[in-house]
Design a protein around this ligand. Sequence first.
Ligand code: SF4
Ligand code: SF4
Ligand code: SF4
Length: 335
Amino acid sequence: MVGRRRTVGRDARRSGLGALRVRKGVACAAVGEGRCGALVLSICSRFGVVVLLCCLALWTEYLNLKIGYNNARLVELSSGVAMRLFYEFSDAFFGFFGEPVAAAQANAGMTWSIRLAGVPFTDPLALLSLALQDRVAEVGFVLGAIIPLALASTCGRVFCSYICPASLLFFSIGRLRRRLGDFFYFPEVGANRGLAWGVLCGGLALSLVAGHGVWILILPYFAMGQTIFHSIAFGTLSVALFSLIACALLDLFLGYQFTCRNVCPTGRLLGRIGSRALVAVRRDASECVDACTACADVCPFRVNPKLDETRDCSLCGECAVICPTQCLTLGGRKK
Ligand code: SF4
Ligand code: SF4
Ligand code: SF4
């Protein structure tokens, strides 16, 4: 493998930009050689989060039925046979873990604040907003922020590529934009770091006046969670859907992953917390091709691994897949 890698590196260096023309072939080779692990994992884990959000909405419905009726026959009379089957299945499922109501309540919430198997997870932004507004925060809420903050400090924006459900939408819009780019012109508006900080300050100020609900319209992943919850638990559309549509349009017409790079305050905050992350993309400079810019071009957060940049890296692995000489890996950051 090492010998082959060296040969590819020499060929790529010799051919310079020619290496970029075979980018598609490189990506295909990456699939064959199993270099897509991080990318596949990141896509699968985000799908998993979407499924989890759907389950949380269903479990809320189960809790309502359990507390309201606690009887399968009554559930059928009030909501139909399908709901009875769902109720019985949930009863058996949660009964497997102990007392059904307690087991269901140990798994509840949304991306903003969630409890899984009784372990709380809190969005650091939620904590900030709550602390500013109420000047005091529940102990469980504070403890819930420890894991997300530790994750951001060690692995940077890993939340963006492995957990954030909204990023799946932006990932898809990015690919659509590339496809449509063959037929239409789409401008690429430059990144502006200050905008997301402005959105963060504006959101905090607005939440002081109008309450925490404003974050549903500001944070794309919160909007995604609300949209899923409303459609499953209530059978209605949430106003958050309009916020998601607006973000999708920004991505389509203003730039690749525009919302994540310029607007989302959580992305900017995580990037700042993880600016000295221990794990990031690493480059073997001896194998890098002078005329190549493939890694920077493909990066959703416009990190440039060629310049050994790591700030804002989400460990998505897209650059490692596209690199013609396989000189990018994800691992401990260089000193
Ligand atoms: S920047 Fe925001 S919306 Fe984009 S992936 Fe990260 S958390 Fe999700
Ligand atoms: S530098 Fe590579 S691994 Fe990091 S975010 Fe960009 S494409 Fe993903
Ligand atoms: S590290 Fe980036 S610039 Fe260097 S060869 Fe790989 S893709 Fe090209």
